[in-house]
Ligand binder design. Sequence first.
Ligand code: ACO
Length: 347
Amino acid sequence: MNLIQQIRIKAIDTGAVIVLPEASEERNLRAANFVLENRIAELVLLGNETLINRNALHWNLQHIHKATIIDPSNNPRKQELAELFMEIRAGKGLGMEQALALVEDPLYLAPLLIKSGMADGEVAGAINATGDVLRPAFQIVKTKPGVKSVSGAFIMLLKDKQYGENGIMVFADCAVNPDPGAHELAEIAVASAATARDIAGIEPRVAMLSFSTKGSAQHEKVDRVRKATDLARIMAPDLHIDGEMQADAAIVQAIGKSKAPGSRVAGMANVLVFPSLESGNIAYKLVQRLAGAEAIGPVLQGMAAPINDLSRGCSVDDIINLIAITVNQVNAEKISKTYNKQTLIEV
Ligand code: ACO
């Protein structure tokens, strides 16, 4: 069974409620039908109820009736949710008129439903740009306590099983922070390790990537990665994390041994933290295209409740997979709260 099948199976019958703000769209509705039929999640669909039901009938989607449908422009909870929004944005100059208008926007309504306890997570982005999905999420759901910056990881399933953990690796940040500072990089490292453990099911060994290995080059960008490595070690002392190192030193054993002798990560890294969004985003796309790797994500990490963003070129399967990942994140968070696990030490 491959990783994505495992992720789907782990989600079944766990009862997490996921909201889909783009539910009227065909791929979303087909994915919703599969998710409901296979009990991967309970769903809240945002859109015009008549249109959704008519499309479901037209495409023979027999399980859509199991979802809760909310029409953003005819929502009986509109006033209450607008008041909640104003409360959250107190001090940010949001007026009632503007709040009432934004509550009719599905991309704002979805995080408000999460905040009000009606849903546990959200998947969107099949028809909206990343920034338009993330901005309301940042404003309303915000980050986990102690976390300042949300980031986006990809789980890379490589054809060549000698790399990472039997071919499984996590790359980050590939989706959110254009120019992370040392503190943000450290947070990305700790969050990516959690994604590796909770979603990819591997024990993380985190490499902080640069164009230098252990002082081979001198530059302020190298200093930033070195500082980030120190901070990440303070934040999560139990993690195997090392840097700064070049990509070959991180993933090729012989090179890791010669460039970073004694490192418990070099040559064996399965989580790669890139120094900028440019490098992370370019790297994951090159590995996907040139090495034929499957790229699952981006999995957004660090949000107070899981909200995940699709690519606009996504398939029905991609949406199903991201819903299953979001359910796994909801469940991992519940376990972490149950055991009161404090993974992050604030620095
Ligand atoms: N984590 C947490 N909160 C954040 C983050 C972050 N990384 N970035 C911004 N915020 C918060 C801000 O604090 C602010 O909150 P406030 O209004 O309560 O003060 C709010 O979000 C808006 O902040 P802005 O600085 O105005 O952010 P902006 O709206 O310009 O954009 C965004 C944020 C959309 C994430 C931007 O950084 C962005 O566009 N990043 C690149 C996304 C992208 O295009 N990725 C590549 C494509 S994805 C792919 O290929 C897989």
